[in-house]
Design a binder for this molecule. Sequence first.
Ligand code: BMA
Length: 357
Amino acid sequence: MNRYILSLLLSAIATCGITAANPAKALLKKLAETQKRGIMVAHQDATVYGTTWKWDTGRCDVKEVCGDYPAIIGFDLGKLELGEDKNLDGVPFSRMRQEIISHHQRGGIITLSWHAFNPATGGNTWDINGNAVTKMLPGGELNATLDKWLGRVAGFINSLTTPDGKHIPVIFRPWHEMNGGWFWWGSKSCEPQQYAKLYQYTHGKLTAMTHENIVWAYSPNLTDGDETERNFMKYYPGDKYVDLLGVDVYQFSSDNATYQANVKKELDVIVKLGREHKKITALTETGYRNVPDSKWFSTCLLPAIEQYPISYVLLWRNAWDNPEENYIAAPEKKTADDFRLFHDNDKTLFLKDILKD
Ligand code: BMA
């Protein structure tokens, strides 16, 4: 074959990869389309446990309250890096894989977070000692560990396939809340440039080892002070590495107005940045522990987000293992009626809403 024909052929194959068979691009397109219609509702660990149950199959608190699944389900990979068979909250990775495949098959979307353990100390994700990031970057004594860990993450992501062998796209949100000081990759444990390198390195390795099925999320926590845009972008690895700009904002007291002001402060900025950088935007984690306000979903959360063209809002887990960590309604909770109102609102999109054309 002459070189001209060969190069034409290669470029045709490459184009095909980008347009037809690229699951990440297809998911990004879907996110951009749904973002025009409303805000998808996401729930962490939705189908593996709730406050009063765990590991049953076919259950889901959101579905039991309002008759539909969340549009997006979040799962966490923490401890996968150690080669363990259950994550840090006891979810077996084999079960997680099944749930991801089932949710994808029913038309839903998946997001993955990663509360990785501390490679320098052997402590958990909240152990900020040991200069782990410095040691994990190229040239550092733990760089090989990072490579091994990323290999395990890639292995899991590569195992997410449909019965006919297609790779399932996921929104991957590694190294989140880096501007807080509570994780070993956070502001107390590394410099912004080192963080950016860690993200870029993660992106490079995983891209090489997976099948164009990762949508990359950059997701700081609520920023300090007034310089929201500068603080939000302080750790940004660059447009080449990021598809989605998100932020994590929680409510910590009965003062709804403060929570709403915090959400507004962040969403004003990320929606603007999303337009400028051509990125999808989302409230990547939110909630109010145990939701003591029985009308919180319709009178606090909804008014805080409804005017923003964000792709989704993710409520954190209804923890089976911690009575202080319950973030979404369940049939036995006093927020159930209000959550149905939240569900019925035109702005919020659950699974059935995103199956419509
Ligand atoms: C945190 C808490 C922890 C949990 C971790 C990973 O925010 O919910 O209890 O282990 O997420 O899910």
